[in-house]
Design a protein around this ligand. Structure first.
Ligand SMILES: NC(=O)C1=CN([C@@H]2O[C@H](COP(=O)(O)OP(=O)(O)OC[C@H]3O[C@@H](n4cnc5c(N)ncnc54)[C@H](O)[C@@H]3O)[C@@H](O)[C@H]2O)C=CC1
Ligand SMILES: O=C(CO)COP(=O)(O)O
Length: 378
């Protein structure tokens, strides 16, 4: 079947900063949707391979990239005339990259879209917050993309969906029209917090699932951890300003299923090595791609503590990473939990006595008070 070339985003000039597996795959998604794509690769030889051979053999072996895709190691060329700018570097390197490229990124009003799924280890900030802080830019210019998006499957043009979130509906819509083709469809929402935390938190549950796999436990244990993991994700995200329904969508449940089920997942793979008894340092050495969950565990638990959210599964991941717990003891609940029967509760609005409702009113009041802009929490 001749792929139907979407017209909505056709011709949009896009730049992608980061030529790893996801940046390169997303460049293919955009180019296959008719956008003009110029990638920035740190290494000149990688830029050359992408531009000339239309390959990225290290990250996407066997995948032919669109003939129209270009790449350069010169950031000025990559950003020249870009109408949309996508960021796809490891989360822990974002701030330094923004500092390096600040002048170029602040000399344009092009939307900046985060493709990343981590929180900054030193501050606990989400990627959109780091962008807004480092560039001192209008939050309405910033969007994030997330969802069940294992890069290699998408690079092989297997159909999937994503969600584009921005506080600006117009920005989200414009990006979704560009990030769309016959095998990739973007939905939109305005819950940046929920969309980002969905992508960050599913990585932590995926590490737990990998541990279970490495230990050799079966589907019951995995299903219990995925189910209770979604409760932890939603409790945490709602307590930090997200909308509950976002965690039940593509960026939460959807991505959790994909990442927990797939051997393609780097977080799942890292967990499996831990479950097999490898120490944290050995796991890091063996991972030749980014496993964001390993760096997000500590800042997320710090944020959970500050927002009084109990995350027994994530706490166990931390204990395994620190060598304080035998991976074979991992369970959907902390074995140190008291033995009082716990209500299963999946309605997160009740998690904190209706606090979610109170926060929704607070957010509306903040937006009213700030002339339509949200509270500092975006
Ligand atoms: N790979 C996937 O399936 C997906 C990944 N993501 C997210 O995309 C983001 C990027 O990850 P991947 O592309 O998967 O990682 P990767 O490990 O495949 O590639 C990382 C890229 O960043 C480059 N890099 C490393 N240090 C850098 C620095 N200091 N400055 C600039 N570039 C640097 C590497 O050379 C490499 O090209 C992560 O936040 C990840 O969670 C999101 C959806 C899917
Ligand atoms: O985010 C992803 C799928 O949506 C990729 O997951 P990993 O980072 O665990 O490989």
């Amino acid at each position: 079947m001749t792929p139907r070339r979407t017209t909505a985003g056709a011709g949009t000039r896009t730049a992608i900063i980061g030529a790893g597996s996801w940046g390169t795959t997303f460049g293919k998604v955009l180019a296959d949707g008719g956008a003009q794509v110029t990638m920035w690769a740190r290494r000149p030889e990688l830029a050359q391979e992408i531009s000339e051979a239309k390959r990225n053999s290290k990250y996407l072996p066997g995948v032919n990239l669109p003939r129209t895709i270009a790449a350069t190691h010169e950031i000025e060329r990559a950003l020249d005339g870009a109408e949309q700018i996508y960021l796809s570097v490891p989360s822990q390197t974002l701030r330094d990259n923004l500092k390096t490229f600040r002048a170029l990124l602040t000399s344009t009003n092009a939307p900046i879209i985060s493709l990343m799924k981590g929180v900054e280890r030193s501050t606990g900030l989400r990627m959109s917050q780091v962008i807004e802080q480092e560039l001192e830019c209008d939050p309405m210019r910033v969007a994030v993309a997330s969802g069940p998006n294992l890069a290699l499957e998408i690079a092989r043009e297997q159909p999937t969906a994503a969600v584009i979130a921005s506080r600006s509906q117009e920005t989200a819509d414009a990006v979704a029209r560009t990030a769309r083709n016959h095998y990739f469809r973007s939905f939109v929402n305005t819950d940046v917090i929920g969309t980002e935390f969905g992508g960050v938190l599913k990585n932590l549950i995926a590490v737990a699932i990998g541990i279970v796999d490495g230990v050799g436990y079966g589907e019951n244990t995995k299903a219990s951890i995925i189910t209770r993991g979604l409760v932890e994700m939603t409790d945490f995200a709602v307590a930090n300003g997200a909308r509950q329904e976002t965690l039940q969508g593509l960026a939460g449940l959807g991505d959790l299923i994909a990442t927990c089920q797939s051997p393609l997942s780097r977080n799942n793979t890292a967990g499996r090595l831990l479950g097999q008894g490898y120490g944290f340092q050995d796991v890091v050495k063996q991972m030749n791609q980014t496993a964001e969950g390993l760096a997000s565990v500590t800042p997320i638990l710090q944020l959970a503590h500050e927002s009084d959210v109990h995350m027994p599964i994530v706490e166990q991941v931390k204990m395994v990473l620190d060598g304080r717990m035998d991976p074979r003891r991992i369970a959907p609940h902390l074995t140190t939990d008291d033995d009082t029967p716990q209500e299963e509760r999946t309605n997160h609005g009740a998690a904190d006595g209706g606090g979610a409702l109170r926060r929704a009113f607070q957010r509306a009041f903040d937006q009213f008070r700030n002339g339509g802009r949200g509270a500092g929490g975006h």
